[in-house]
Ligand binder design. Sequence first.
Ligand code: UD1
Length: 423
Amino acid sequence: MAKYEIIGGTPLSGEVVISGAKNAVVAILPATLLVPGKCRIENVPDISDVRILLDIMRSMGASVEWAEPGVVEIDCTDVPYGEPNPELVRKMRASYYLLGAQLGRYGRSHVALPGGCAFAARPIDQHIKGFGLLGADVEETEEYVAMEPGPDGLHGQRISLDVVSVGATANIMLAACLIEGQTIIENAAKEPHIVDLANFLNTMGARISGAGTDTIKIRGVKQLHGGTYAAIPDQIEAGTYMAAAVATGGNVLVQNVIPKHMECITTRLREMGAKITEFDDAIRVQATRPLRRITVKTMPYPGFPTDMQAQICVCMVLATGTSRLTESVYETRFFGYCSELENMGAKIKVEGKTASVVGIGDRKLRGTTVHAKDLRAGAALIIAGLAAEGTTYVKNIHYVERGYERIIEKLTKLGAQIKRIEE
Ligand code: UD1
């Protein structure tokens, strides 16, 4: 088991280049199953979630190759129908996209239930509802989901989601692109990675409109075709480095971002007092002191992302006054890191969906050993360690390595004292 050792106290300074978006790429890779022909995907982050997904696709019979760093060529033309390796599927969350992709390609599907970060109960009832409305007979057990065409066959349908779900929106899009007729998803998720998936599918010949609004229309086509597509930059990775710059009192140019995607985060960091300058595809974050207290409520896009909750919480811990942080997507997410931050000297009171974060003002967090319990919680503990006095050891870093490409290298380039130690 490896851990990170962080000697805190150095303000981050310099430039960091953001990688391709994890949550876009983990949807685009399963989407290639729908494509007869070669797909060249650029801006693919080399992170463990991507590697697992590529292993799953290889084990299904896809031809997969890293053509160059950040570029994957994948050809699923000859992939026969069959259950993807359940052990690999259970290693990650986004393997649930294989359900929609298989249903779209073969008209049936059999996939083990996914694993991934367990920071909350993560039901997939809206995915199942969507597949059912598209005409599938769905069998759901504690182990797997299996689907066959129902008595009327698969057909386009109007589907109104009961909750705004990224996963369900993407999965229904995957299933519907090759199903005859028009599918309309109402109350759809609007996240940048939903738009990216739609753009990928359209590049390969799908007819999807409205992605990025709450109504997405998919007109089924007979066949897709191969092509080249570059994934968007990772909103959450960028937000994490922006928060790290603020927390350490640094000055960082965050490159390869889409500033529009960052607005919800930029606004909050500005409210804390940070000076933020937007360029075409970069954002400079200059921290100031003292940090002001703020109020944040996580919401589906374009709201403040739940995946940035833990990182902004560290900034709140370092502010003056009491901030309020309300979680409206995954209520139990606070438990992944608040007690660890408290071990470093933070004072956080969680009541239901809201945390009151008492800023430590002029004082410093103190380094100690902390445990990541999920991906973003791990990122937050790294930020806390960078801002703390003394040495912090972050354990369970396999969570962090799921979603942050070359994090040690990137932080070291910004002046951080961080290393990975094998235990
Ligand atoms: C995706 C992201 C994850 C992020 C989350 C919310 C990927 C691979 N993961 O996860 O990083 O934290 O969006 O932005 O893109 N829900 C249901 N029934 C369902 C589906 C969801 O009740 O069938 C609920 C969930 O419990 C949650 C909310 O809807 O409260 C949003 O979940 P969803 O958007 O589906 O999250 P994921 O796709 O799992």
